[in-house]
Design a protein. Structure first.
Length: 458
């Protein structure tokens, strides 16, 4: 067992070197700014999802008992066990699927924000420590995805936030190197989930699987802080991770540009690979007579076709989770409405005869040239064939929010105002934005939670 780092494999030691060594003073202004943008984006998504059923379930479980020395549950004035607060908060941040990502099966690195905030409250850490720890989480998450691509091997990307959260929480809890090694080892060993999460008619679990990984990552760090040891060779040892899904290259960690700067953000509150076709459909929507559309052909790359453009359930979504991962549903609903809002994912819309009729005229096909350009480009094309034989075509190379076409700060703020404004009055939304934009000067993290209380007695 890894009672110290001496016997640990090289991979876990090198990840721990970075996780235990990074501090706020090491960060560039760009990395700090990028981190605050992700906090804005994630908390906006979380506030908007406060009343979603899976989030209510997670929050109710967290709040079965008040814990005076625990972590805040977002939207409330109450504290819970830190790992349960993490699950509730991360579930809110992820459920609407509007937060940042590493496209192509890389998951959502902003899932590390909730466990870091919980750990910071336990440690009495300031906002600068929070920012440094979040950067650690993004780096570890990205290195795991870039090395492993676990979704190609039958596992779910919720693995990445589990390990990233362990490393990030170890940083903010100020675990020594040996403790950090153990935290990472415990998270790696216990958290390799199945990709069935994202197949067929999708369940609530799709939206909270990464929150569970974040919870488990924090729990691994707390176990290590209490003295629990983990296997000394979780990556490279007999029956370790590399023998199942491949080796991790820890040399990816800390390379420029940092992952938190290059992680792609979403302009629309929907699955990332639908962003391009959605934008292409919108470019064609003006003055369109839906009855005159004979056929709609969506061309995309192999990953998008497999994940959101194939399978009969994509044409007849029965759950929100399936609808927000259905390319034909999203394109059809966008054309019907002539605009996009995540309100299309309300269950009442699933049986909308106009959407279903239009979806039945949609085919989704892989374009080999688009697949060859992936993942450097996220090319998509929507072609409408009208009943008179004329055709209209729209397409994009990368969706807005991609790191080659990033959201402006004004757009990030507007997205936050739109989402948080569903639950908070405008003056409180504006105050929360000011707070996060100046976050590195905050002495403690409770101010974030105070700014976003929705139901104090919830």
């Amino acid at each position: 067992m890894a009672n110290d780092a001496a016997g640990a494999d090289a991979t876990v030691r090198r990840i721990a070197d970075y996780a235990s060594g990074l501090s706020f003073s090491d960060l560039s202004p760009d990395a700090i700014h990028a981190c605050k943008r992700r906090i804005v984006d994630t908390l906006g998504c979380a506030v908007a999802a406060f009343d979603a059923e899976p989030c209510r379930i997670a929050r109710a479980l967290a709040l079965r008992a008040d814990v005076s020395g625990g972590a805040r549950v977002l939207g409330t004035a109450r504290r819970a066990l830190p790992e349960l607060a993490t699950f509730a908060n991360a579930a809110m941040g992820r459920y609407l699927d509007g937060n940042d990502c590493f496209p192509g099966g890389g998951g959502h690195p902003s899932g590390v924000i909730a466990p870091v905030l919980a750990a910071a409250q336990l440690a009495g850490a300031d906002a600068q420590a929070v920012i440094a720890a979040i950067v650690v989480g993004y780096e570890v998450h990205h290195a795991l995805h870039a090395s492993l691509r676990v979704m190609t091997k039958g596992f779910d990307h919720a693995f990445y936030p589990a390990v990233a959260a362990a490393a990030a929480a170890a940083n903010v809890l100020r675990l020594d190197h040996a403790g950090t090694v153990n935290a990472i080892a415990l998270a790696v060993t216990a958290n390799l989930p199945l990709a069935v999460t994202r197949r067929g008619q999708l369940s609530m679990w799709k939206g909270v699987a990464e929150a569970n990984g974040a919870r488990n990552g924090l729990f691994a760090a707390l176990l290590a802080q209490a003295g629990m040891t983990g296997p000394d060779k979780p990556f490279e040892g007999a029956l370790g991770l590399q023998h199942l899904v491949g080796p991790v290259d820890p040399g990816l960690i800390g390379r420029a540009p940092l992952a938190i700067v290059s992680a792609d953000m979403k302009f629309y509150v929907t699955e990332y690979h639908s962003q391009g076709p959605l934008a292409a459909a919108l470019s064609l929507a003006g003055g369109l007579d839906l009855d005159e559309i004979a056929a709609i052909r969506v061309r995309t790359y192999a990953f998008a076709h497999k994940e959101i453009g194939s399978g009969p359930e994509k044409w007849r979504a029965a759950t929100r989770e399936t609808a927000d991962h259905s390319l034909p549903y999203i394109v059809a609903a966008t054309l019907v409405d002539g605009s996009f809002s995540d309100a299309i994912f309300a269950p009442a819309r699933f049986a909308d005869p106009r959407i279903l009729a239009l979806a039945d005229r949609i085919t989704v096909a892989e374009a080999p040239e688009f697949t060859r350009a992936f993942p450097q480009k996220f090319r998509s094309q929507v072609e409408l064939t009208m009943r008179d034989g004329t055709r209209r075509t729209g397409g994009v190379e990368v969706p807005h929010g991609h790191h080659d076409d990033p959201l402006t700060d004004a757009e990030v703020d507007a997205k936050f105002a739109m989402l948080a404004g569903r639950k908070l009055p405008a003056e409180r939304v504006a105050g929360a934005l000011r707070l996060i934009r100046d976050f590195e000067h905050c002495a403690h993290t409770d101010v974030l939670f105070d700014a976003l209380v929705i139901a104090p007695e919830h």
